[in-house]
Design a protein around this ligand. Structure first.
Ligand code: ADP
Length: 623
């Protein structure tokens, strides 16, 4: 479904943002976790290393306080504190031992908490005689046999590790031997060149630190009661014990956690970062209430995670762009396919329509063919009807001529009868010459009769209407010959105005003769009763046409007749004289020739009928 473009862009933007965020955060997270896991491994090694070295260092002194119980003078002094004679010897012994062991101080306290002898007996601030019953290492040793405690000296304010042991004699508590080890001695045991490390005591106070400023800071805030207890025991000799500024961020497995250390103080010059986010790993130091903590700065891990995340973001964007391009390409292809399909559909549709139209067309064609065939049939029928009509018209003319012809034949018949009768008599007489003359005369008469009937037969013949070159004078002759009896009977004069070489027309001679017989017959009818009927016949080639005219000297054509001249069944002749078809048939015949028949009044009186039919063009035949 095509979405609204701005909506589409918004969706794409949100998608990209989600992808980028996912890739960025995901990669960052994974890279960080991997980095932290690596740091954890390294940190564990460091923990192992530092624990081992600290244990070794502390272990060196662990038995030292206890061994003082083996020293006779010490035991004696404790047994009998008032016998002060032994005190200098013990003081000396302790002084020497302290020097050899490299410890800060060694001293012996009686069961009441008073210092009986001390390695620092020479100094003004010697412990000798002091009451240290309030010190935790004393109490711990008295109660549990051993005391291990970090503390700051009450006299000189020197921080150190106090190891104390209860000294007994036959089950009787004599006192407590104490060794104070300097922190520096312990610090020597570890090299913390790569990352910070610290040791905190049971109170969460940093007692050892690879960063100087961390010392005597607290890992957790101290409440008032703890502080007042510290004041009482003077464990930290009233040090300020500021908080380190360590904040727990997240607990990880194997005692590891993410912390942040704030650096409020002045900028320190260190080989490694001492503030920021760290991976902190802690482990209790065996034999002590202390906890060793190593810190691994997360800066590098963060940097790597950041750069990996950046790479992932770029890759995600590239991937997105690639996917977008792919999608766009697919869409383009789909569009093209759709367009192609649409085109194909249109093409198919077009083809279907063309097929349909072709079918329609061929159906129409069939109809047309049928119609044409029908028309041809109708034409043929019409033509046949016309032919019949022409023939009927012709027979009508013959009918009109029949009286004249019969009269024409009667005469020779009578002559024949007389001649043949006479011929027999002359033969009987033996007058062969006259017989011969009679027979010759008979033969002539028969010939003449044959001529007349021949003309009639020729005229009556049904013509096919085939167009042929026809000499006009021959046709005029035939028509006149046929009308001969009528002409003679009417006493009509024929004026022929035909050129020597009369034009030849392309027509049917028989039918043209029929037309002429009609026209001349009408002219004779029109002039019936006139004293000197006269008909003028003329033929000429005019404007590429053969022009043939028949003019009479009758009354001419009245307007009424002119209007209906060629209409079928129009006649002005009375009774059965006229059928009113003569001119209609004649005009039809001439039209079939490709010509015209017109009737009009001659300027000098009488009617004139003019035929114009195509001339026979010899060049076409020769072609
Ligand atoms: P019909 O001769 O049987 O009457 P036509 O068609 O030949 O039929 O002639 C139609 C009519 O035209 C005639 O009745 C006559 O009135 C008129 N007509 C024909 N020829 C002439 C002519 N030469 N002079 C005067 N009238 C004519």
């Amino acid at each position: 479904m095509p979405s609204h473009p701005p909506l589409r862009y918004l969706t794409m933007f949100l998608l990209l943002a989600a992808l980028v965020a996912l890739a960025g955060f995901g990669t960052h997270r994974v890279a960080q976790q991997l980095g932290i896991a690596e740091l954890q491994t390294t940190g564990l090694h460091r923990l192992d290393l530092y624990t081992a070295s600290l244990e070794r260092e502390i272990g060196k002194y662990a038995f030292l306080p206890g061994t003082l119980g083996l020293e006779r003078d010490v035991v004696e002094l404790l047994r009998n504190p008032r016998a002060g004679a032994l005190q200098p010897a013990v003081n000396n012994y302790l002084e020497q031992l302290n020097e050899r062991a490299g410890t800060l101080s060694i001293y012996v306290i009686d069961a009441g908490g008073r210092v009986l002898a001390s390695s620092n007996w020479r100094r003004d601030d010697s412990f000798v005689g002091e009451d240290l019953s309030f010190r935790p290492y004393f109490r711990d040793a008295m109660n549990n046999g051993n005391g291990r405690i970090f503390g700051i000296g009450t006299t000189r304010g020197e921080p150190g590790y106090y190891l104390s042991s209860r000294l007994t004699d036959d089950g009787r508590t004599l006192g407590v031997a104490v060794i104070k080890v300097s922190l520096e001695q312990l610090e020597k045991s570890w090299t913390t060149g790569e990352a910070p490390a610290m040791v905190s005591d049971e109170n969460g106070v940093v007692i050892l630190g690879s960063v100087a400023d961390w010392k005597f800071t607290t890992l957790r805030p101290l409440d008032e009661s703890t502080r007042s207890a510290f004041d009482q025991t003077q464990q930290y000799n009233r040090r300020a014990l500021k908080p380190l500024g360590l904040r727990e961020l997240r607990e990880l497995d194997h005692g590891a956690r993410l912390v942040s250390i704030r650096n409020d103080g002045p900028e320190m010059v260190t080989v490694y970062p001492v503030s920021g986010r760290f991976l902190a790993q802690s482990r209790p130091l065996p034999g002590t209430p202390w906890t060793l903590t190593v810190f691994s700065h997360l800066e590098q891990v963060d940097n790597i995670a950041h750069s990996r995340a950046a790479v992932a973001v770029v890759a995600a964007v590239l991937l997105f762009v690639f996917a977008l391009m792919l999608a766009e390409r697919r869409r383009h292809l789909k569009d093209r396919l759709a367009a192609q399909q649409a085109l194909q559909q249109a093409h198919d549709e077009l083809e279907r329509k063309v097929d349909e139209r072709t079918a329609d067309l061929s159906a129409a064609n069939y109809l047309l063919q049928d119609e044409i065939a029908e028309r041809i049939r109708a034409e043929r029928t019409l033509r046949a009807a016309q032919d019949e009509l022409v023939q009927a018209g012709k027979l009508a003319v013959i009918g009109q001529l029949s009286t004249g012809i019969a009269h024409e034949l009667n005469q020779p018949l009578a002559a024949l009868r007389t001649l043949s009768g006479n011929g027999v008599r002359f033969l009987d007489r033996g007058d062969l010459a006259t017989t011969r003359a009679n027979l010759e005369r008979i033969a002539q008469l028969v010939d003449r009769m044959g001529l007349i009937t021949g003309q009639l037969r020729s005229f009556a013949r049904k013509s096919g209407g085939r167009l042929q070159p026809v000499a006009l004078d021959g046709v005029v002759d035939s028509a006149l010959a046929l009308l001969e009896p009528r002409l003679r009977q009417a006493g009509a004069e024929i004026l022929r105005a035909l050129p020597a070489a009369a034009p030849r027309a392309l027509c049917d001679a028989n039918r043209l003769e029929q037309v002429l017989v009609n026209l001349i017959g009408n002219a004779l009818d029109a002039m019936a009763g006139q004293p000197a009927p006269c008909i003028e016949l003329s033929a000429a080639a005019v404007d590429g046409k053969a022009r043939l005219s028949v003019r009479d000297h009758g009354p001419g054509l009245p307007a009424e007749t002119l209007a209906h001249l060629f209409e079928p069944f129009y006649t002005t002749k009375p009774g059965s004289d006229g059928l009113g078809l003569g001119l209609t048939i004649s005009a039809g015949i001439v039209r079939d020739f490709g010509g015209t028949l017109t009737g009009s009044n001659h300027a000098d009186g009488g009617a004139v009928f003019t035929l114009e039919i195509p001339l026979f063009d010899e060049s076409t035949v020769n072609d």
